[in-house]
Ligand binder design. Structure first.
Ligand SMILES: *Cc1c(COP(=O)(O)O)cnc(C)c1O
Length: 357
């Protein structure tokens, strides 16, 4: 009986993967006489609006295969963001109860995204206690703590040999030019996305380089630049989805060629610029990736390198209309958006790009 649930659950997860069309890979409009091009891999079109969707599915499939999750097991995750939403979606698909352990400060809009898929938010104070509380809750209820920060590396590595699974093969197959891109640009939070993309490219011998973008107050840029794996800032970042107070275990610096620090105001200005110029309404981590891509395109032009840059749009704007898209909110943060906005609109006209950032 329980075995047949397991088979049905795994079949339902594979069916969800196969039924899903590949997300669009769109060309961003740059001057046609430039020898470089930019493509956006649009993960905002995933069913739950972010790149976490396939990662959550794989993580849950692994837990079922390992016998850690059965027909009545409560799934638990310590997240108030995209991972919680994607996990809630798959729990609902499988008929499992789901609890998201969230900081007590989490706003109503974020709670509503989890509740939409039948998830139950569990508020915790202080915010940093979410991980401990999630583990406790799992042992109290006989549930399974997904712990994506701790377990996603294994889940990603197990699939690197598969030429039909994940972001990198989807990008390579979708590029109209038939040549691998010069760069793929992603944000880094848990480290899963850069690990999956960089790991795949290395393993299968592609020349494409991986750049990750990192916001203010995050440990990734200083940790990577100094080679110090336990670098910690102890501070949360202000760009949803990316940057961490410490380098997470899934982050693999060996498959990342460059870490680009991006000022927070530049990420927000770039997010809005992308919406205005390409009609792509995404979140601020996508803005950071766009800013980093412009930096790389500028460098390629300077050195006479031809080819393309592919950036990943990580999540949709829905969750941010009252925050990063709201002038009063960004003003209260003290961000000067006008200076980076001017640099962004100047770039396609003159090819000039700011030295810093
Ligand atoms: C998770 C996330 C990222 C970063 O991806 P990781 O795989 O966790 O490193 C970037 N942007 C957004 C919006 C995310 O939710």
């Amino acid at each position: 009986m329980s075995d047949s649930w397991r088979e049905r659950a795994l079949a339902a997860l594979s069916a969800e993967r196969i039924a899903r069309h590949p997300t669009p890979l769109r060309r961003y409009p740059l001057p046609l006489d430039w020898p470089v091009s930019l493509y956006v891999k649009d993960e905002t079109t995933q069913p739950t609006g972010s790149l976490k969707h396939p990662f959550a599915r794989d993580l849950i499939a692994d837990a079922i295969e390992a016998g850690k999750v059965g027909a009545t097991t409560r799934l638990i995750e310590a997240s108030s963001g995209n991972m919680a939403v994607a996990s809630a979606y798959f729990a609902l698909l499988l008929g499992l109860p789901f609890t998201a352990v969230v900081p007590h400060t989490t706003g109503a809009a974020k709670l509503a995204r989890i509740e939409k898929y039948g998830g139950t938010p569990h508020r915790v104070d202080p915010p940093l206690a979410v991980y401990e509380r999630a583990a406790e809750l799992a042992s109290e209820t006989g549930g399974h703590y997904l712990d994506h920060l701790g377990t996603i590396a294994d889940s990603v590595d197990a699939r690197l040999a598969d030429r039909d699974h994940g972001l990198a093969p989807a990008i390579l197959a979708g590029l109209p030019e038939g040549t691998p891109p010069e760069w793929i640009v992603v944000g880094v939070g848990s480290g899963a996305c850069s690990r999956a993309v960089g790991g795949y490219l290395r393993r299968h011998g592609y020349p494409t380089k991986v750049a990750v973008v990192d916001p203010e107050h995050s440990a990734y840029f200083p940790g990577w630049a100094t080679g110090c794996a336990d670098y910690a800032t102890g501070m949360p970042t202000r760009i949803e989805g990316i940057g961490r107070p410490r380098m997470e275990p899934a982050f693999d610096p060996a498959v990342v060629d460059l870490v680009i620090p991006v000022p927070d105001a530049a990420s927000v200005a770039a997010m809005r610029h992308l919406a205005a110029t390409a009609g792509l309404r995404a979140g601020p981590s996508t803005g950071a990736a766009f800013w980093g891509s412009c930096h790389l395109l500028h460098r390629m032009r300077q050195y006479g390198t031809r080819g393309s840059v592919v950036m990943v749009a990580a999540d949709a704007a829905d969750a941010y209309t009252g925050t990063y898209y709201d002038d009063a909110w960004t003003m209260a943060k003290g961000w000067d958006l006008a200076t980076p906005a001017a640099a962004l609109s100047r770039f396609p006209r003159t090819g000039a790009w700011p030295d810093q950032g």
